[in-house]
Design a protein around this ligand. Structure first.
Ligand SMILES: NC(=O)c1ccc[n+]([C@@H]2O[C@H](COP(=O)([O-])OP(=O)(O)OC[C@H]3O[C@@H](n4cnc5c(N)ncnc54)[C@H](O)[C@@H]3O)[C@@H](O)[C@H]2O)c1
Length: 255
């Protein structure tokens, strides 16, 4: 699908993977709308892309916020691209070393943000895309979700986050099938360890261990490497219902 001339809604666009993707899609000629709960960061990136109005405050778990963000994007033109990066996690074992069970509300909140938020974005954006005129390839839209390799082999302490991301992985083929009749594709990126702000807050010694565990190249991934794959997923019309790991061949060990 052509990127130039379409509107791209990028969640989590104020930082990290979303910001890198917003910048890349902007260069490729998309009219980018950034949706995030981080107003200061979102406005700064939007202004950098030439227009503060590109930013819309949006909690991806809120039906009204997402409906308003989708409306805002669709009013600008043909909303045909979604890259959903808004998310994040907390650490906690199923039962702590001291014998305390994982807080159930914390588990629910992580699932709400990462899994329910992904579905909320997908369902409302795809409903708007379904109204697009199809392009020459019959496409009305392309959606990219963000899982994590923790959704395959989460480490000790990642039970909430890994469960939520496993849900995103599982959703991908089903949503692609659901939306096939509308000409909307759905693909997911499962990143390994990428050098975004949350990762850069981890002590350097830990980051060196993460980097050293990557078979090749022995370093953290760069946000623009995620953005490049997201861009390709949008452009490649035969890529659908797929989850691609972006991790330098690392496989998480239990800890
Ligand atoms: N960086 C990594 O190594 C890595 C690895 C695997 C998966 N991921 C996933 O990639 C995505 C992006 O992470 P990142 O590393 O760029 O982190 P980041 O913190 O730099 O960016 C995440 C953005 O999401 C926004 N956000 C958080 N909650 C939100 C909500 N409810 N509604 C809207 N926006 C919200 C934040 O404000 C932030 O701007 C997340 O889903 C994360 O789980 C990251």
């Amino acid at each position: 699908m052509e990127i130039a001339g379409n509107v791209a809604l990028v969640t989590g666009g104020a930082s990290g993977l979303g910001e890198a993707t917003a910048r890349r899609l902007h260069v490729a000629g998309a009219d980018v709308v950034l949706a995030d709960v981080n107003d200061t960061g979102g406005r700064a990136v939007a202004a950098d892309l030439g227009d503060e109005d590109r930013f819309v405050h949006c909690d991806v778990t809120s039906e009204t916020d997402v409906a308003a963000a989708v409306d805002n994007a669709a009013r600008r033109g043909r909303l045909a691209i979604l890259v959903h990066c808004g998310g994040g996690g907390t650490a906690g074992r199923t039962v702590s070393r001291a014998g305390t069970p994982h807080d159930l509300d914390v588990f629910r909140r992580v699932v709400e943000l990462n899994l329910v938020g992904s579905f909320n974005m997908l369902r409302l954006t795809a409903a708007a895309m379904a109204k697009n005129e199809p392009d020459a390839g019959g496409e009305r839209g392309a959606c990219v979700l963000t899982a994590s390799i923790a959704g395959y082999e989460g480490q000790i302490g990642q039970v909430a986050y890994g469960s939520a991301k496993a849900g995103v992985i599982g959703m991908t083929i089903i949503a692609a099938r659901d939306l096939a009749a509308m000409g909307v594709r759905v693909n997911t990126i499962a990143p390994g360890t990428i050098a975004t702000p949350p990762m850069m807050m981890v002590p350097e010694a830990h980051r060196e261990v993460f980097a050293g565990n990557v078979p090749f190249p022995k370093r953290l991934g760069q946000p623009d490497e995620y953005a490049a794959l997201a861009e390709h997923m949008v452009e490649n019309g035969y890529l659908n219902g797929e989850v691609i790991r972006l991790d330098g061949a690392v496989r998480f060990q239990p800890k």
